[in-house]
Design a binder for this molecule. Sequence first.
Ligand SMILES: NC(=O)c1ccc[n+]([C@@H]2O[C@H](COP(=O)([O-])OP(=O)(O)OC[C@H]3O[C@@H](n4cnc5c(N)ncnc54)[C@H](OP(=O)(O)O)[C@@H]3O)[C@@H](O)[C@H]2O)c1
Length: 343
Amino acid sequence: MRKVVIHRPGGYDRLCIEEHPDLSPGPGEVLVEVEAVGINYADCVTRMGLYASAKHYVGFPITPGFEVAGRVAAAGQGVTDLQPGTEVMALTRFNGYATQVVVKREQVFVKPAGLSVPQAAGFAAVFLTAWFGLFELAHPRAGDRLLVHSAAGGVGGALVQLGRIAGCKVVGVVGASHKVDAVRQMGAEAVIDKASEDLWTAAERVSPEGYDVILDANGVATLKQSYRHLAPVGKLVVYGFHSMLPRQGGRPNRLRLLWDYYRTPRFNPFSLTTRNRSVLGFNLSFLFDRSELLREAMDQLLRWVEDGSIQPLAVHTYPFEQVAQAHRDLESGQTVGKLVLIP
Ligand SMILES: NC(=O)c1ccc[n+]([C@@H]2O[C@H](COP(=O)([O-])OP(=O)(O)OC[C@H]3O[C@@H](n4cnc5c(N)ncnc54)[C@H](OP(=O)(O)O)[C@@H]3O)[C@@H](O)[C@H]2O)c1
């Protein structure tokens, strides 16, 4: 099998493609022959050596990758409901950038006909993240006003669609004009293009009463204002900090990281209480053991794919050998939808 191995944290040159012995599944596990790999921003953060769950579960060397699609190659002892050859998608806590993965049965889902293999590879991590933030944490009601930052990206596109399905009025925020149409097509009622207007002036114009839910993975760049723009009983869901990281070069600036860490707002419980606002946070990669939760969410998400409520995200594919270019492009902040590696 071939896989991408990162031996030490750093820039794009740390992504090495290596040959390793083939894998075999243990009891309760499934061996998947990988045909496509979803790329997530977290993979870039892992490469930089800054991803908490990568440090917690693996360390270095590490093979990044949270999601793949392909075919069942073999099922381990006790797995009787997946036959070799079945087209599947799987969640992987690391090790996804490979031609083979072994995962627990609970992390494998039969691929719906409505998704191509690359679309399936880029589905699970972003839609489960969006699901968790929206339905497990924020619990929006129909008619609620949602503000989704980075709305044209992987998680952002999933959030826009799930917000629309929940009957909310979704306002998407993007950092470049070429992303606006994609966000509208996914169901946003309004799109704020930060490149052509001031974000918060526009956010106030679109919803003068504030927002019931704001989903923010920017971190330091917007968190304070996101909190300020909550309506009473509003919820700020924090799930990433990408504005601390560089858009080019691939290596974080340690001084800037430290500065941004100290500048990141801390929320005061007295103020939360009197102002009726909540701040919620989560990281899905620490929740892979909650298999009942993942299964319930995936079952519903895949029903929405099948009945056409969810549109597959736009996918841009890269051959395995161009993994460095894929990371470079994702970090540039210019991409729309999902980037997918074809090994
Ligand atoms: N907590 C969790 O469980 C969880 C799970 C998955 C992902 N995440 C987080 O969700 C976010 C999105 O992940 P994704 O894989 O779907 O990526 P993505 O949204 O497809 O791409 C990242 C987007 O973030 C914005 N961005 C990138 N670098 C930036 C920078 N240095 N400063 C400001 N904005 C920047 C850009 O959009 P705009 O310029 O249009 O804003 C860019 O297109 C990431 O922060 C990721 O870590 C969290």
